[in-house]
Design a protein around this ligand. Structure first.
Ligand code: AMP
Length: 301
């Protein structure tokens, strides 16, 4: 537990989340001052679901501190308002913003290698979460943070759940009391039937790979939810981004297999990504056309 007197929240604001803002701050621990990020919430000023997600995130972060690819927790300030979650500051911000900065640059081998390593960091965090049966449910580039050395760390555990809480499969609560959901990153079994388990995060990992390959596009951007959720159930998948290799697209496509058990485990994803490094495979080229069935370019719908 930390106290308000240990924190100097001088800003700047570095993001805004569902609960409130995320700001830069310095944390005083004995004689040492550390740059941190703080997420704040004023319980009376936000919806109940939002405060619940804030508390859920705090609880999850305590459980998940043993892994280098999960954002480090320094502590909480719970006395008085606002309440703060104090976490490691990620100098390069979130992955989606970083991908946007690459849009006007030449993708060099060094950048490709960095992106593969980022994907491996995320798969490694998923592997760890799987051992604890924790499902993130909101894995997306906006929730992946990059440190000074471009190490990727999963942040934002507001929607995460422990699948032990309700057995092997868990059902989403009804719409009542539910905050906004990241529908475009969700597998069909979660979208249409509310079922989630660790392989739901593998689906979202495929969407993260797709975001990387498209340099931060939004999945199914032009389609309303009722259209793409039906399309997913019918077997349609996100299109192959321009300049994405077949090898990278096949990897993401496997994450989107309808049969949950057939999706690769996080360990398999790690092995496959390792091949991208050792065999000098690429994410970005103009290889064409793909040989996969059921692939519909959303722009043609
Ligand atoms: P969140 O509330 O976790 O969704 O955070 C909203 C945004 O704030 C993220 O997309 C990041 O751009 C930024 N952010 C969150 N946490 C950090 C952090 N620890 N270091 C740097 N930026 C952060």
């Amino acid at each position: 537990m930390l106290s308000h007197s240990q924190l100097n929240v001088a800003g700047p604001i570095i993001g805004s989340g569902e609960f409130g803002k995320v700001e830069c701050a310095s944390l005083q621990i004995e004689s040492v001052s550390i740059q941190v990020a703080v997420k704040s919430v004023i319980p009376g000023n936000c919806r109940t679901a939002c405060y619940r997600d804030f508390c859920n995130e705090a609880e999850r972060l305590i459980t998940l501190q043993e892994h280098n690819n999960i954002i480090k927790l320094y502590g909480f300030v719970t006395r008085g308002d606002p309440k703060y979650i104090v976490i490691e500051y990620a100098k390069h911000g979130d992955l989606k913003c970083y991908l946007h900065t690459l849009r006007n640059s030449v993708i060099t081998v060094a950048i490709e290698t960095r992106l593969v390593k980022i994907a491996m960091n995320v798969a490694s965090a998923l592997e760890y979460m799987e051992t604890l049966r924790i499902v993130h449910r909101d894995l997306a580039c906006r929730n992946i943070l990059l440190t000074e050395d471009y190490i990727a760390k999963i942040g934002d555990f507001g929607l995460s759940r422990d699948v032990y809480e309700s057995g092997e499969y868990s059902l989403l609560q009804g719409a009542e009391g539910q905050g906004p959901l990241p529908l475009r990153w969700m597998p069909p079994e979660l979208l249409n039937r509310g079922i989630f388990e660790p392989k739901s995060d593998v689906w979202s990992f495929g969407v993260v790979m797709w975001e990387i390959a498209s340099l931060g596009e939004t999945p199914f951007q032009t389609l309303p939810v009722f259209v793409f959720s039906k399309m997913l159930d019918d077997g349609t998948r996100l299109h192959k981004p321009n300049n994405c290799t077949n090898k990278a697209y096949i990897l993401m496509y496997k994450c989107w297999l309808k049969h949950i058990e057939s999706r690769p485990s996080p360990s398999t994803l790690l092995e496959e990504l390792e091949e991208f490094l050792s065999e000098n495979e690429k994410i970005f080229t103009n290889i064409h056309p793909d040989a996969l069935s059921h692939v519909v370019d959303e722009s043609q719908v």
